[in-house]
Ligand binder design. Sequence first.
Ligand code: TXE
Length: 485
Amino acid sequence: MQMIQNFINGSFSNAFDGETIEDINPATEQVIATIPRSKTEDVERAVSAAHSAQLTWSSLTMEQRADWLDRIADALEQKTEMIAHTESRDTGKPISLARRVDAARSVSNFRFFAAFGREQTPQTFQMDDAMNYVHRSPVGTVGLITPWNLPLYLLSWKVAPALLMGNTIVAKPSEVTPLTAHLLAQTLLELELPKGVFNLVHGLGPEVGQAILEHTGIKAISFTGGTDTGRIVARTAAPLFKKLSLELGGKNATVVFQDANMETAIDGAVRAAFTNSGQVCLCGSRIFIEESIAEQFTQKFVEKVNSIQIGDPMDEDTEMGTVISSEHLEKVESYIELAQQEGGVILTGGTRAMTGYAGPNGTGAFLRPTVVANLPYNARCASEEIFGPMVTLHTFTSESEVLEMVNSSEYGLAGSVWTADTIRGRRFASQIDSGIVWVNTWLHRDLRTPFGGVKNSGVGREGGQWSLDFFSELTNICVKTNDGI
Ligand code: TXE
């Protein structure tokens, strides 16, 4: 069992009061690590270390910081297998997915921002009699709070641009999946990143997370997590005038028009629904099918879902592992029960998976991918974020009808549209209240593009230029060049 420690001012230490929390592998239900249960005092130490490092770090040139990001990417790439195994044990996700997405994307996040930083050119605006120079400076010490579904991927998505722009960091990973954040801290220690530039405090959201939000020495908060927690973050940080980026939940729509390529749409809809056991904020958990193809689509969709291989996350052939915890399993199961009360018909799934693989207690948080039909589009199960392997199917007869159903959601993060007519696809996509819409694909990411949601899915955008903007302050310096006016 690993005994994880905080990483503050370049060295590892316990929480100031020595308290710990257990970290559980959801596939075996065994305790695999303990982490510090940090509090305000630990955040205080981390912020003080970050402040001491601020000048040194921000004095480096963008080019020098980009070199650091490349060094971090190289070091993480060397550890691909370790990252994938660690993430798989901590989250219960298949090792193949952890390798392909979590490990690979964590490396590419650092690589991308290194290259993107080097491409930046100074912004100037010439007037007849003056020149405007847009000067960027770091925000200062920033707080990064991340969730359990894509632990290192989402942390690196924030750490890379924050470092690039000259900020120092106090990060808090989810208490449910702390291991790869620790691995990142170990890597930064090995690379001898200047002390205090990156600090990691582990613990519970309402304790150490809240202390980060409240600390007046932390000037910006980048948060990814649930919408309810997002409200707490906004309520706490906004009156302190911190910069805020909130990436919250989603209830994303997959819209399949009758002219869509059936095979491609089914593959895409299954992937969108069940990748990472449906625990990606971009997952398409409401599927709207044009009525004329609904029967055929539904039959083939269910066949495809039934072919998903559930089992030991460490098995290379496994396509779906567990959900994040037994508590979360119960939450998803409560929605399956609710779906039936609401009049839904379960077409497949709905029960715990008998995978032939189970932890020592004969359990593990395995749930069969679940497809529910016959629910009104505004039923609770079709409206609330479930964040598990459960989708609802709905039919429509016209574009205006489906648009109304899609936009009835309180969320607005992502969506996908499947049609042979890409002009219609683009037009329809632009009418969806959402930060990201894919046409004939899903989770096709170019890191230069804006990422974020509308409505209850969040505030602000990250990605490419938007990340650089969030992690920097802009000063316009206007220099008068023509005397006499
Ligand atoms: O997330 P939390 P939870 C959704 C999903 C899930 C629900 C709840 O629907 O079922 O949220 O998940 C930290 N101050 N998403 O409860 O609590 C917490 O420790 C500061 C969608 O696990 O939002 C963790 O590090 N921080 C989402 C982080 O917030 C606090 C991914 C996120 O956890 C805090 C995960 C506080 N008061 C869940 N309370 C997505 N958008 O991808 C908690 N935290």
